[in-house]
Design a protein around this ligand. Structure first.
Ligand code: IDP
Ligand code: MG
Length: 164
């Protein structure tokens, strides 16, 4: 059993593909262990894609995932189950939407913009180590319906907003 972070990127949200993508992913018969809407900050975007910092497309990629070209919204999920990482990557298809299998999510719904951005609709973790890093980056332990990774008691030190 493994867990993977899945993001419905701003292009997928803006094109109203949420339902379609959920249906495609349901073929993998995995469990959704967490889900939420996120307004992606620059810090979160840069931390998520830190391994791509030296790529020529990095700055455009950060703008893309922050929703500068679409709605400023990402849907974040943790999918969990047997072979989850591999199954979701397979349903997602290749990184380049023009090279992705025609019946994969990226093949069906992705495009390359004239700016050269791969608008490929979803993110899926590449391996178990990346999945752990990414899930811990996007979710707090209490936002996931069971403990995928060990947790500890923590005294809240940051100021939080509360309902007035
Ligand atoms: P992945 O999303 O299939 O794991 P990564 O290599 O981790 O692919 O790249 C992260 C994201 O960066 C891709 O999903 C895509 O949006 C963008 N990207 C990757 N390679 C290119 C490229 O050569 N040109 C433009 N955008 C790219
Ligand atoms: Mg990747």
């Amino acid at each position: 059993m493994d867990a993977t972070l899945v993001l419905f990127k701003p292009d997928g949200i803006t094109k109203s593909l949420t339902g379609n993508i959920l249906t495609e992913l349901s073929e993998a018969r995995l469990e959704i262990a967490a889900c939420k809407c996120v307004r992606v900050s620059k810090e979160l975007a840069e931390e998520h894609y830190k391994s791509l910092k030296n790529e020529s497309f990095y700055n455009e990629l950060i703008k893309y995932i922050m929703g500068e070209y679409h709605k400023k919204k990402v849907l974040a999920f943790v999918y969990w189950g047997d072979d989850a990482l591999r199954k979701v990557r397979e349903l997602a298809g290749a990184t380049n939407p023009e090279e992705a299998e025609a019946d994969s999510i990226r093949g069906k719904y992705g495009r390359i913009t004239t700016r050269g951005i791969f608008e490929n609709v979803i993110h899926a973790s590449s391996d178990a180590k990346e999945a752990e890093r990414e899930i811990k980056l996007w979710f707090e332990p209490d936002e996931i319906i069971f403990d995928i990774y060990p947790t500890k008691e923590d005294e809240a030190t940051v100021k939080k907003r509360a309902w007035a």
